[in-house]
Design a protein around this ligand. Structure first.
Ligand SMILES: N[C@H](CCC[C@H](N)C(=O)O)C(=O)O
Length: 259
């Protein structure tokens, strides 16, 4: 017995994507952990199931590599939209249901723009700012981004009991802006290590930067996995019309054998 899978990466954040419209995938923590394992499995930051939906093109179910279902994944949303086009259930525009609500995405070649839901303004939480962009994020401004140990520094805050109600937090280290460009490195909850980029994380960093530095249009974000851009509208009490744009690429397909 095997499971057919498709491997995608969105600016280096990589995912196993499975067409689960027949609802045959065995949704167990152990199987998902094993499939995401970098040595004993396929290897990925997360696993995404595409399933049928009564009202929109499809439903996205997201699991971190720890095997547990999690909150919204921005890069994963961009990749599953690209996959939906690849299998022919959408053309240029995808509308899909995720854990936090309905999202639209536009697919043009290997660039995908994903609409994220509106969110309230950031809240000061030492040593940075907290904001939820579909997943919970702490944004910490630092100058020595190239030399910090993201795993060591990230773990200090990922489990901090300030964020107990949110089930912990993702930790984003962000440079001061140069013009409207920032550099971000992220420690990801549920992957429990630095990832090459984090979609909801770079969005969080961009919105906190807008809030603190008064940058009102789009913000470009460099990450170790590539470049992303975030556009948004800021008003007195929230951010809206948030869009995350970047590459989302098919890498390979295969069969995972269930031992
Ligand atoms: N690890 C995150 C979810 C995935 C976020 C990231 N992969 C993204 O692109 O948004 C969490 O559990 O909060």
């Amino acid at each position: 017995m095997h499971i057919r899978f498709f491997k995608y990466q969105g600016t280096g954040n990589d995912f196993i994507i499975i067409d689960n419209r027949e609802l045959t995938f065995p949704k167990t923590t152990e199987l998902i952990q094993n499939m995401c394992h970098r040595k004993f499995g396929i290897g990925a930051d997360g696993l995404i199931l595409l399933e049928n939906d009564e009202e929109v093109h499809f439903k996205m179910v997201y699991y971190n590599s720890d095997g547990r279902e999690s909150t919204m994944c921005g890069n994963g949303g961009r990749c599953v939209a690209a996959f939906a086009k690849f299998i022919g259930i959408v053309d240029k525009r995808a509308v899909f249901r995720a854990v936090d609500g309905i999202h639209s995405a536009w697919i043009i070649d290997d660039v995908v723009s994903l609409e994220l839901l509106d969110t309230s303004l950031p809240v000061k939480k030492e040593p940075g700012y907290y904001i939820d962009t579909g997943s919970p994020h702490l944004v910490i401004f630092k100058n020595d981004l190239d030399t910090i140990d993201v795993n060591l520094e990230g773990r200090k805050w990922r489990f901090d009991n300030t964020f107990e109600n949110q089930g912990g937090v993702n930790v984003n280290f962000c440079s001061e802006p140069r013009g409207n460009t920032i550099y971000v490195r992220t420690y990801e909850r549920g992957v429990e290590s630095e990832t090459l980029s984090c979609g909801t994380g770079v969005t969080a960093a961009a919105l906190v930067t807008s809030y603190l530095y008064g940058i009102n249009d789009s913000i470009s974000v460099n990450t170790p996995g590539g470049d992303l851009s975030i556009s948004f509208k800021r008003n007195s009490d929230k951010f809206e019309k948030i869009s995350l744009t970047g590459q989302a690429k098919f890498v390979f397909e295969g069969k995972y054998w269930l031992s």
